[in-house]
Design a protein around this ligand. Structure first.
Ligand SMILES: [Zn+2]
Length: 448
């Protein structure tokens, strides 16, 4: 883990130390980067809650302080008490954490660590929204309100943009919290009376921010059918980006009909693949479908479909729309990287964070600014976890032990367990921290 961090992010401690920390300088017991690591470790070690963090790290092992000091390059003499992290997060604005994430992403881009997952030379951004927390009574003025029969639920959602990497790695690149801004007039009014924020509006805030941070990158957005509408097509065009969006009959019925009508007329636009495991894929496509959106704008869109048959004759059907050229040479990449990989945001990005110790739905703080900070800290940890799990270093270790990774650790959850044991009981060797040595390592991201 130490070597993975040093290899990919040799500057991480500098970045963490530069977090805008508004704590009183004279009364600080802990260095900024030490507390930042303390927070990242909460998720890295997949501890269920802050209390468990205290238990496991304070009383849990003789090496915790020494190892964390080495990781953060600090000389702290005690471990923080329970409220220290929460207090610290109250003193570091969200933008500070977002800046660290940006530095991590920029570094991965410079290393070209994620380039193998590009689609027609363009980096793929997977977008999806998820619920973060839900209350039965109003928790803050920005809560989204949703009527369920007699009850109103108060929710907070987040729209995530994750950069697709090889080996199923997805790197959080931007988060936009979906919340009602005109809070003042929400008081005492019903869900129907308040103009609710939504995913589409959040995308229109998030995308220009990403463009500002990464002006050179010609992103392809991988989107679900909700986003298959004129305003999103216009937004991506304005930004010089592209998209692959799930094509669904109900979202754009006239376009769907046209696709079905024209498909038999271009029989040459077909490709069949048969795989060793008995799986078969049949691709078909129609280019240059005309579409007029609700604002009267005209678009030329290319549609592609993939019918997949498993060895036991189960069939699955997928279809997408894109302005990118669909050809015999590109159709598979478009379907795979632009279309099928999108589930990774759900599976890797969210379900995994929910179902594993990363505890997406566990609210570490009810202070909206703080839990947003916890959320972004979690994204930082999740980047590290994935680089560790999918990096070839772990695989090489497994080869040395003569076992596959999953057998070495049982499951990926156990990687965190082992890591925790290691933090607690194993005196970490100085050589592991040698940045020059770590720089020389070749860590590829394994796709097997
Ligand atoms: Zn709220």
């Amino acid at each position: 883990m130490v070597q993975t961090v040093r290899h990919f992010f040799p500057q991480l401690n500098t970045w963490l130390e530069r977090l805008p920390d508004t704590r009183d300088r004279d009364r600080r017991v802990y260095a900024t980067r030490f507390l930042a690591w303390w927070g990242i470790a909460l998720y890295l070690l997949q501890l269920g809650s802050r209390r468990q963090l205290d238990y496991d790290r304070r009383e849990g092992g003789p090496q915790v302080l020494t190892n964390l000091n080495r990781l953060a390059e600090t000389q702290q003499t005690t471990l923080p008490v329970h409220d220290t992290l929460d207090h610290f997060l109250g003193h570091v604005p969200l933008t500070g954490w977002e800046r660290v994430r940006e530095q991590m992403v920029q570094r991965l881009l410079r290393m070209k660590a994620l380039d193998a997952a590009r689609l027609l030379g363009r980096p793929v951004l997977l977008l999806d929204a998820t619920g973060l927390i839900c209350f039965h009574r109003r928790h803050c003025p920005q809560c989204l309100m949703q009527r369920h029969g007699q009850h109103t639920l108060y929710l907070h959602h987040v729209l995530e943009a994750k950069l697709l990497g090889p080996a199923g790695v997805v790197v959080s690149l931007g988060s936009e919290f979906i919340e009602n801004a005109d809070a003042a007039d929400a008081r005492g009014r019903s869900a129907e009376e308040v103009k609710q924020d939504c995913e589409l509006k959040a995308l229109h805030r998030l995308a220009p921010r990403i463009k500002k941070t990464y002006p050179q990158l010609p992103f392809v957005l991988a989107l679900d059918s909700l986003y298959g509408v004129g305003p999103v097509f216009a937004l991506t065009q304005d930004l010089g980006w592209s998209y692959v969006v799930t094509f669904q009959e109900g979202r754009t019925p006239s376009l769907w009909q046209e696709f079905r009508a024209l498909r038999p007329e271009c029989p040459e636009n077909a490709l069949t693949r048969t795989w060793g495991d008995g799986r078969g894929q049949r691709f078909r496509w129609v280019n240059q479908l005309a579409y007029e959106d609700s604002d009267g704008r005209c678009w030329k869109l290319n549609a592609l479909e993939c019918t997949e048959t498993t060895a036991d004759h189960e069939r699955q059907y997928f279809a997408w729309l894109t302005p990118l050229p669909v050809r015999r040479k590109t159709v598979e990449a478009l379907a795979q990287k632009g279309g099928r990989e999108r589930w990774k945001v759900e599976n890797e990005g969210f379900n995994r964070q929910k179902n594993s110790g990363l505890n997406l739905e566990h609210v570490y703080s009810t202070d909206p600014e703080k839990w947003k900070a916890y959320y972004v800290v979690r994204q930082l940890a999740f980047i590290l976890v994935q680089l560790l799990e999918r990096g070839s270093l772990l695989r090489r270790l497994a080869v040395e032990w003569g076992r596959p990774v999953w057998k070495l650790f049982g499951s990926l959850k156990n990687v965190a367990r082992r890591l925790l044991d290691s933090v607690r009981f194993v005196p970490w060797e100085a050589a592991w921290f040698d940045a020059r040595q770590a720089g020389k390592l070749r860590i590829g991201l394994d796709s097997s």
